[in-house]
Design a binder for this molecule. Structure first.
Ligand code: SF4
Length: 436
């Protein structure tokens, strides 16, 4: 049976090495602060409170050099640090191989030092984690003693802090693993004493379900007035059902200065009326439609056709879409490659029975083009225009034209305003040979 993390801290534990594996963090997440190893930072504070020295490193595979070390953490510890314990973090189950690589590396470098793995993958699939990574122990869930502490932000070079006002969620949606990772619903009444940076990112699964959300937002409004904070964002989408019941929350969110609110829309197209209501509440609170984003899960129960209809609705409302490709909670690999033009199969990544590889790529492309049109207030998107493949004069002439005019002259003009069949021919190359 797995031990508690605290049980691994012995009287003679003097130093602990904290490791972020070589996760393939996508470039777009760099500004998004999605992958701060917050669990390790909390452990660091806990260990320091016990007078234990800590070092945070990034394990990098030479064979897969990339630029995903966005925090510029020191790379792989050299022998100048002699840990008594090594803690490796994990995120998605389908990134398990990066965790295994890190464990293997440190077990070779320090054969006598126990290596623990914690985090989301470790909590969701503890048995798999233990056997596959060959770590000494798996730490399940959160470490209570560390949860109360302010994370050791001095170990990372960031200008923001992450805050959880709640753990768990009041709901149990079928597609979501929150109830397995954080089975207990807990919440804070106040966060003002936790604020140490001017930029705050909420990591709550369901922020506005916190029964004390109004109190917390009022605290933030006060701190904003005193110029103690200047930027707030929530990583997850808001639970719009709560916004409908308590529209006053939207006004408070706006007053805190919270940017880019997201509404979650995981249900069917028949929910459109409710989603429209939720967007209107945010509009009435002062958010422009294009600042708002609708969070959508695809490659799940709703098929391509229904998802693209939902996308068209979002265009009608003038809002952007934050898309999320579903992977099962027990999926231990994901080699989806958006650049593979010839396509991939279920052997490469999870494809839901209601979806195809082609449909997934097509929907993803639709979302990208949709968002570009919303952000730039334009009626159509063209990859040829975007890649500067259209003669400059023609490009200038039609860039801001209506779709009806553009489509006669720009071969791949695509409008977000209508539903797109999964198998539509994106443009007839024979009509526009000179561009192909
Ligand atoms: S509301 Fe969101 S966080 Fe809560 S269970 Fe559903 S999907 Fe998960």
């Amino acid at each position: 049976m797995a031990m508690l993390f605290e049980d691994w801290i012995k009287k003679d534990t003097k130093s602990v090495l904290l490791v972020e594996p070589d996760f393939p963090i996508p470039k777009k997440s760099r500004n998004h602060e999605n992958f701060l190893p917050i669990g390790l930072l909390k452990l660091a504070s806990y260990l320091r409170s016990k007078k234990i020295e800590v070092k945070l490193v990034r394990h990098e595979n030479d064979s897969e050099k990339g630029d995903s070390n966005k925090l510029n953490l020191p790379i792989t510890s050299k022998n100048d640090f002699k840990p008594d314990l090594i803690c490796v973090t994990s995120i998605f189950t389908y990134w398990s191989k990066y965790v295994a690589e890190a464990v293997s590396y440190y077990k070779t470098l320090y054969p006598k030092v126990p290596v623990l793995v914690g985090g989301i993958y470790a909590s969701l699939l503890p048995q798999h984690c233990k056997e596959y990574t060959k770590c000494d122990d798996v730490i399940y869930g959160t470490v209570d003693a560390a949860e109360e502490l302010i994370p050791a932000y001095d170990l990372v070079n960031v200008d923001y802090q992450i805050i959880h006002t709640t753990r768990g969620c009041i709901r149990r949606c079928g597609c979501c693993g929150v109830y397995e990772i954080e089975p207990e619903w807990t919440y804070k009444k106040s966060i003002k004493n936790e604020i140490v940076k001017k930029k705050i990112i909420f990591y709550d699964n369901n922020l506005i379900a916190n029964p004390f959300i109004k109190n917390i937002l009022n605290e933030l409004i006060e701190l904003k007035k005193k110029r103690k904070i200047r930027y707030i964002e929530s990583q997850s989408g808001f639970d719009g059902r709560i916004l409908i019941k308590k529209p006053g929350i939207a006004l408070l969110l706006k007053q805190t200065g919270l940017k880019n609110p997201k509404i979650a829309w995981d249900g069917p197209i028949t929910d459109a009326k409710n989603i429209a209501k939720q967007i209107n509440i945010l509009n009435d609170a002062g958010y422009n439609a294009k600042e708002i984003s609708v969070f959508m899960l695809y490659n799940h129960d709703l098929d391509y056709e229904e998802m693209d209809e939902k996308r068209v609705k979002c265009f009608e409302w003038g809002v952007q879409i934050t898309d999320c490709r579903f992977r099962p909670l027990n999926s231990t690999f994901d080699n989806y490659n958006p650049n593979k033009r010839k396509g991939q199969t279920n052997k490469d990544y999870y494809i839901h029975p209601n979806w195809t590889d082609h449909g997934i790529r097509k929907f993803r492309r639709n979302i990208r083009r949709h968002n570009i049109c919303i952000r730039h207030d334009i009626e159509f998107h063209s990859s040829l225009l975007e890649r500067k493949k259209i003669p400059i004069k023609k490009a200038q002439e039609y860039r801001r034209a209506t779709f009806e005019i553009a489509v006669e002259h720009i071969p791949d003009a695509w409008t977000p305003e209508v539903f797109h069949e999964v198998d539509e021919i994106e443009y007839d190359r024979s009509r526009f040979k000179k561009y192909t």
